[in-house]
Design a protein around this ligand. Structure first.
Ligand code: NAI
Length: 385
């Protein structure tokens, strides 16, 4: 089956590589010739490195690159069985593009969007046969991150869901099906990792380095929240939070932080600008963490119970199955453990008690425990038996 990818930026280039490595003739279309050239030369470099490391053979490298056609003309998608769109995150642009795509491809062709924050239902509404529209959300970098969220909209047919999921499964990815709601699973459940960390900083409990130390050294996370935000980019991460917050009708649980907003406004984007919460410029010296175990444990547990509460609430609202929610966080953002399994291991009563203590101390809706957590503590159930 021929695969079409629209948009040759960060995500499109990664998705093209995955499809081509899996033996599909793949057509990459971007309006910008320079983007196409860059995508092509970047892939050549990646392939050369993989050959050098002995991960793939020279033949595989040639075959992958030979599978890709670079084009500026969307009409080249005519014989594709699926087109995955990865262009600018703008509903008006995406709507126009989808409506145009429908006039080019066959009636059997699946039309997928890699959107992080727009509703699949609204993208689907721009085509006449919306039953073939679905969300297929890869993570950056697409060739390396195992998780792909599959998001059927209210209009999506079962046939489209099954076909899209089997295709991405066959590419060796870990797929999770999730409801068409803001942030899907990962970008919803992960919000407190950033938000609660910044809140702790704003209260003066600890500085960036200490909070990061608590999450990596005590919590076992691969990266601390501030290092991760600097890596993602404070402008990008702030926008995701603001989008999720707005889309949830301003639920205080997702409230963005002034700390991050000011950093973004100052141009302290993170690694890409040389400075974020930390300083990445040559010769810069960053503060060392205060390695107080008691404070560290408090920080880690406060962020962890907030994450668990999000995961439990996502299950409560059927955003995904319990297996999907745990897989999403371990395979999409490298959490050391699934949050629901973590909750079982900590004890649900312990998690609830911590949340109730925060809720009563602050009196803020942000800390309200999920009804499912209360229900489970009452019944003595666990998530995974
Ligand atoms: P990007 O800015 O790197 O690339 C977008 C590309 O689309 C550009 O090369 C641009 O020339 C091209 N383009 C724009 N309008 C076009 C059109 N009408 N026809 C053809 N090409 C067009 O963006 P990025 O980061 O790759 O994001 C793409 C999509 O993937 C967005 O919807 C984003 O929300 C989503 N996404 C991004 C992730 C990330 O970490 N960057 C992660 C997961 C999803």
């Amino acid at each position: 089956m021929e695969v079409g990818v629209l948009g040759g930026g960060t995500m499109g280039s990664g998705i093209v590589q995955v499809a081509a490595q899996n033996g599909h003739k793949t057509i990459l279309v971007d309006l910008n010739e320079t983007v196409l050239d860059q995508s092509k030369s970047k892939l050549a470099k990646i392939m050369a490195r993989l050959v050098e490391k002995g991960k793939i053979s020279q033949d595989q490298s040639y075959a992958t690159q030979a599978n890709i056609v670079y084009s500026k003309d969307v009409n080249d998608f005519a014989s594709c069985g699926i087109v995955i769109e990865a262009i600018v995150e703008d509903i008006n642009v995406k709507s126009k593009v989808f409506s145009n795509l429908e006039s080019i491809v066959s009636s059997e062709c699946i039309l997928a969007s890699n959107t992080s924050s727009l509703s699949i239902a609204s993208i689907g509404s721009s085509v006449s046969n919306s039953s073939r529209v679905i969300g297929i959300h890869f993570f950056n970098p697409a060739p390396l991150m195992p998780l792909v969220e599959i998001i059927p909209a209210v209009q999506t047919s079962e046939k489209t869901l099954v076909a899209a999921k089997s295709l991405i499964d066959a590419w060796g990815k870990v797929t999770v099906v999730c409801k068409d709601t803001p942030g899907f699973i990962v970008n919803r459940v992960a919000r407190p990792f950033y938000g609660e960390a910044m809140r702790i900083y704003e209260e003066g409990v600890a500085d960036f380095a200490t909070i990061d130390w608590a999450m990596t050294e005590i919590g076992g996370f691969r990266m601390g929240p501030f290092t991760l935000m600097d890596y993602i980019g404070n402008d990008v991460n702030y926008t995701v939070t603001e989008t999720v917050f707005t889309a949830f009708y301003f639920d205080p649980r997702y409230k963005p932080s002034f700390t991050q907003k000011r950093h973004a406004e100052a141009g302290y984007f993170g690694r890409k600008s040389g400075r974020g919460f930390f300083d990445y410029r040559e010769g810069a010296v960053n503060p060392s963490p205060n390695e107080d175990q008691i404070v560290g444990k408090q920080i880690f547990e406060r962020i962890l119970v907030m994450l668990i509460n999000e995961a439990v609430d996502a299950l409560f609202l059927n955003i995904g199955t319990k297996e999907a929610i745990d897989l999403a966080m371990t395979k999409g953002v490298n959490y050391p453990k699934g949050l629901l399994l973590w909750a079982d291991q900590l004890g649900l009563a312990f998690v609830l008690a911590k949340l109730e203590a925060l809720f009563s101390e602050y009196g803020e809706d942000r800390y309200r425990p999920s009804p499912l957590l209360r229900r489970m503590v009452k019944s003595g159930d666990t998530f995974f038996g």
